[in-house]
Design a protein around this ligand. Structure first.
Ligand code: PEP
Ligand code: MG
Length: 311
């Protein structure tokens, strides 16, 4: 029955009491954006641009990059699209953008750090996004992955602002979450990457199945850090989204909304499950679920308690 409700859910997402939540899709290229457009999402919350260029041996030309973004924007002409700049390195090695032979690649030169090592790449990428975004600047948000310092946020914003696009950063390194007030002074929005944030908060490899207890999205340490980020967003009057897997768990989606997250970006086929769950609860229930997430210390106990509050 739930499956059927999810399949036929038409969006947009609203809680039982009318509060709206923006549900967006995670995509990787024009083809996956076209698929996402067949689901009731309000736009794209994470374009993993590096996945579009994983297999090219050399840096794609400006024109190739521009056409790639055009193919994505064409699927959502009137909607918000959040482009993530290259997250090269670690689990996504890119021949022309990352370093080989790192001892510890998850803690190495990845994301915006690779843009520091290869400084010609990021300006071209941003210019290509901007060229594709002509006429839709207001709906084109652009964010950097793996930001860990305020200086990186400032540098990124300084490259993006001249084009009239909205600069933001991903919050997926604990240092960025701890410096969130200062980061909000530099950028217009943040999106929390809970996959990496969990990996780095818990010191547990996201790909290692022996560590599932640590990488559980119900770990309260991660939720507590997310609460700090949403509090800073509220204080700054700037939006906080979540684009990690955590947002696709319907119960956790409610917790995140209760913590003050404005948009959730998920794999498009899961959007109905999240939308249906949100429609069954009030903001008061979400806030109660968020409150226990900040007090209960055991992940399993927390999940049960949240389930009770939301049912
Ligand atoms: C994340 O880390 O949560 C995220 C959304 O980025 P990726 O999974 O691509 O690293
Ligand atoms: Mg990540």
């Amino acid at each position: 029955e739930l499956k059927e409700r999810a399949r036929t859910w038409t969006g947009p997402a609203t809680l039982k009491d009318g509060h709206s939540v923006q549900l967006l899709a995670n995509v990787q290229d024009g083809a996956s954006a076209a698929k996402a457009a067949t689901h009731p999402v309000e736009g794209i919350g994470l374009l993993r641009s590096e996945l579009g260029f994983l297999s090219t041996a050399t840096e794609p030309s400006f024109e190739t990059q521009r056409d790639f973004y055009t193919s994505v924007f064409n699927e959502f002409p009137e909607n918000k699209v959040v482009v993530r700049t290259l997250d090269a390195g670690s689990d996504k090695p890119i021949a022309w953008a990352s370093l080989d032979d790192e001892e510890n690649p998850a803690l190495g030169v990845r994301g915006i750090r690779a843009d520091g090592v290869h400084p010609h790449i990021l300006p071209v990428q941003i210019a290509a996004v901007a060229a594709a975004a002509e006429g839709r600047e207001k709906n084109t948000w652009i964010m950097a992955p793996m930001v860990s310092t305020v200086a990186e946020a400032r540098w990124f914003a300084s490259l993006v602002r001249p084009y009239g696009l909205k600069p933001g950063v991903m919050i997926e390194v604990p240092s960025a979450a701890l410096m969130i007030n200062e980061i909000f002074a530099e950028v217009d929005f943040v999106s929390i990457g809970t996959n990496d944030l969990t990996q780095y908060v818990m010191a547990a490899d996201r790909l290692n199945s022996h560590l599932a207890t640590y990488t559980s999205p119900w770990q309260p340490a991660v939720l507590r850090l997310i609460a700090q980020v949403t509090a800073a967003g509220r204080a700054a009057g700037k939006p906080v989204g979540v684009c990690g897997e955590m947002a696709a768990d319907p119960l956790l989606a409610c917790v995140l909304v209760g913590l003050g997250v404005a948009s959730l970006s998920v794999a498009a086929p899961t959007v109905g499950f999240v939308g249906v769950q949100l429609s069954d609860v009030t903001m008061e229930q979400c806030e109660a679920a968020a409150a226990v997430a900040l007090t209960i210390t055991d992940p399993n106990e927390l999940r049960e308690k949240v389930r009770e509050i939301l049912s």
